[in-house]
Ligand binder design. Structure first.
Ligand SMILES: NC(=O)c1ccc[n+]([C@@H]2O[C@H](COP(=O)([O-])OP(=O)(O)OC[C@H]3O[C@@H](n4cnc5c(N)ncnc54)[C@H](O)[C@@H]3O)[C@@H](O)[C@H]2O)c1
Length: 277
């Protein structure tokens, strides 16, 4: 149990990666508060993890809701050691040419509001508690924080912005609060799109992501959502991660090391080493 007696606040913790993070952090001995807009997801979390999880149904885009979630966390568990800013939406790779002119402002604003502004608001709401606890912040970024084609320009720009925010806040909040990011790759979750683009009922689970990634990822398969959680435990662990601030971990199955002529270079390694059966 690496996180015994630690308290973590997670935004977007009712589904997908956030839900897997709640389960993992509880298993590591932490108590967890969750801010999510899904009342049903929050109810399920509280009943699955009675006593260890407290939920707040609200909108991560609102400073008031972030403040209320932070207060609830402190009222119930006494402190906040780590904030994980994780709530997000995806633009379903909508290219610039395909973004409707009459929806451009609302589409841009919605993606940036959820993916970027809500992260800043969460930190602002939790800051006094994080300074008191000498705590840390972890942002969920994405492969789209580094490479093209993991989204359209709205999503890609929003995730690149988070890389900048990690670096800026790591500077601004030092020496009290460490700020890091995890940049996961594709996962089978319920990731939705912007309502302004008519994509709020679309789920990434409708795409055969596993099949698509199997052929292009150096690790040869799409990781399970649970397999992404270890990096967050690492960054939250005070002992192991004491030197880590301003760091972003590319945690995406190797998207940055695909080759020019093939996605992987070692397909015939077993044969060359005489290890094939
Ligand atoms: N699924 C992927 O392939 C993938 C890849 C890289 C990065 N990510 C990132 O992972 C993070 C988690 O997404 P996921 O894939 O687990 O999706 P998900 O939809 O399963 O989970 C996201 C959660 O955030 C909540 N949420 C969304 N907007 C909110 C708001 N305004 N206020 C409160 N709660 C809100 C949702 O209700 C949901 O519970 C996102 O930041 C996403 O960009 C996902």
């Amino acid at each position: 149990m690496k996180l015994k007696d630690q308290v973590v606040l997670i935004t977007g913790g009712a589904s997908g990666l956030g839900r897997a993070l709640v389960d993992r952090f509880v298993a590591e001995g932490a108590r967890v508060a969750v801010l999510d807009k899904s009342a049903e997801g929050i109810r399920k979390l509280e009943s699955d993890h009675a006593g260890n999880v407290v939920g707040f149904t609200g909108d991560a885009r609102s400073l008031d809701d972030n403040k209320a979630a932070a207060r609830r966390c402190v009222d119930v568990f006494g402190k906040i050691d780590t904030l994980i800013s994780n709530a997000g939406i995806w633009d379903y790779n909508t290219a610039l040419v395909d973004i409707r002119e009459d929806k451009f402002d609302t589409s841009f604003d919605e993606v940036f509001h959820v993916n970027v502004k809500s992260g800043l608001l969460a930190v602002k709401a939790c800051l006094p508690y994080l300074v008191q606890s000498r705590g840390s912040v972890i942002f969920t970024i994405s492969n789209a924080g580094f490479y093209p084609n993991g989204g359209g320009p709205l999503y890609t720009a929003s995730k690149h912005a988070l890389v900048g925010i990690v670096r800026e806040l790591a500077f601004e909040l030092a020496p009290y609060v460490r700020v890091n990011g995890v940049a996961p790759g594709g996962m089978a979750t319920d990731l939705r799109g912007p309502a302004s683009m008519g994509m709020n009922d679309r789920s990434i689970s409708s795409i055969p992501l596993g099949e698509l990634l199997e052929t292009v990822l150096p690790i040869g398969r799409m990781p399970n959502v649970e397999e992404y959680t270890g990096a967050y435990v690492f960054f939250a662990t005070r002992g192991d991660a004491a030197p880590a601030t301003g760091a972003v971990l590319n945690y995406d199955g190797g998207m940055g090391v695909r080759g020019l002529f093939a996605s992987v270079g070692g397909k015939d390694l077993e044969e060359k080493l005489g290890l094939s059966k």
